[in-house]
Design a binder for this molecule. Structure first.
Ligand code: B12
Length: 288
């Protein structure tokens, strides 16, 4: 069996089937086929089947920066509003299998998993929240929708696997009093895709325990997602204080309920958009 990964270490060029190339790129066969048809991914016919040289695949991955996890600069090829409408309906009807199928198809059609988080799952959950706030959905409907969304995200997790050497260690979490789990789970996946080793602590983490954790796990970044807007503002200095434990991690805060001014006044970094997170961290690391 020929490896689907470009094995450049021994310098030997191998031939892959298109399916193996697609597996290596973590895209659907048809997406790889479309790239071949457009002349973007070099391939030729041998034995009646399309073949791709490992060197061409490696070149395609590096030069064209094909990254199926991170959000793309141009997510415009996908009809996001249509898919959001569909996903909201499926989430509110509790149709988990169909919701998973919809997301799988969007990814198979070429959307980056990171874009699926940003342009499909997050907006769909925001709409579920609006339906709940208007009394159009019960708390049970909303809980069920969130569980389905979490399961769909878990199935996308493989797209965000760390590749290449580690860039550092990150913690993802929400502070005490914030039960909203999915924003920090998305941040965890974005950081994994950007080659961080991630300890995802999830929601409602007591800050004393964060401090203890940091004493034993050297950490570069504590990435905090805040959804509930009414948190006590003292949480920001307490977070920065807890993170000063050990080597002194950078605290990055974001999320719909985060207080940018309070975060920055406490010495944390506030970021509005998840898609800017890893770029910002690269910038910080470059400045060190
Ligand atoms: C699911 C849900 C819950 C579930 C959460 C379960 C779970 N396992 O996560 C439960 C039932 C626990 C819950 C409870 C409550 N909830 Co609620 N909940 C929601 C809902 C419907 C979805 C949340 C979600 O997952 N969104 C999807 C995520 C991915 O979106 P996101 O958090 O915005 O993340 C995006 C960005 O903000 C950003 N981001 C997120 N984190 C980070 C971090 C960094 C570093 C960066 C850069 C960016 C970033 O990137 C993400 C992608 O774009 C929202 C509706 C909404 N607007 O989101 C309401 C909502 C957040 N909840 C709300 C409320 C009022 C509550 C309760 C107070 C209700 C109550 N009376 O009990 C409690 C509070 C509990 C607590 N103390 O935390 C309000 C918040 C109001 C406010 N401004 O505070 C909302 C907006 C609903 C509404 N329309 O009124 N909730």
């Amino acid at each position: 069996m020929v490896s689907a990964q470009p094995p450049s270490s021994d310098g030997v060029d191998r031939l892959l089937t298109l399916q193996e190339a697609a597996d290596g790129l973590k895209v659907h066969y048809m997406t790889a086929y479309r790239w071949v048809r457009k002349g973007e991914l070099p391939a030729f016919k041998a034995g009646g089947r399309l073949r791709v040289r490992t060197s061409d695949l490696a070149h395609f991955m590096t030069q064209r920066r094909v990254d199926v996890a991170s959000p793309s600069r141009d997510p415009g090829r996908t009809d996001w509003p249509l898919h959001v409408d569909r996903l909201v309906a499926l989430l509110l009807m509790g149709k988990g299998v169909d919701a998973g199928g919809l997301v799988r198809k969007v990814v198979a059609d070429g959307a980056a998993a990171g874009d699926v988080y940003l342009h499909l799952i997050a907006p769909a959950l925001h709409r579920v929240g609006e339906a709940w706030a208007k009394g159009e959905a019960t708390v049970a409907d909303e809980h069920r929708a969130t569980e389905i969304a979490a399961a769909v995200m878990a199935r996308l997790g493989g797209h965000f696997r760390r590749r290449g050497p580690s860039r550092g260690t990150a913690i993802t979490m929400t502070p005490p009093g914030d039960q909203h789990a999915l924003g920090s789970a998305m941040a965890a996946d974005f950081l994994r895709a950007a080659s961080y080793d991630v300890h995802h602590l999830g929601p409602n983490v007591p800050l004393d325990d964060l401090r203890l954790f940091l004493q034993v796990v050297p950490t570069d970044v504590v990435c905090v997602s805040i959804t509930t807007s009414g948190l006590d503002p003292s949480v920001y200095p307490e977070l920065v204080n807890a993170a000063s434990e050990g080597d002194g991690a950078t605290v990055v805060v974001g999320g719909q309920g985060a207080d940018a001014a309070a975060a920055e006044a406490a010495g944390a970094v506030y970021l509005e958009r998840l898609q800017d997170l890893t770029q910002h961290l690269e910038h910080v690391a470059g400045g060190r």
